[in-house]
Design a protein. Structure first.
Length: 61
């Protein structure tokens, strides 16, 4: 069995879709979960509440 490491990077306006993408991938694989999600706060240069950084587990990895 092959192992994989997932890294997603969203830049500019696309970063607003990060949470949607994470939820999609977590829904595809069993033994998956979102571990930690850090969001932009006020005056941080991006839309408040959107994902700044996240850790998620796919199929136990």
């Amino acid at each position: 069995m092959r192992k994989f490491t997932t890294f997603l990077l969203f830049v500019g306006r696309q970063h607003a879709k990060a949470e949607e993408a994470i939820n999609f991938y977590v829904s595809l694989f069993g033994n998956s979960r979102i571990g930690k999600m850090v969001r932009y706060g006020p005056n941080e240069g991006e839309r408040e509440g959107t994902v700044k950084r996240a850790l998620f587990i796919l199929n136990g990895v």
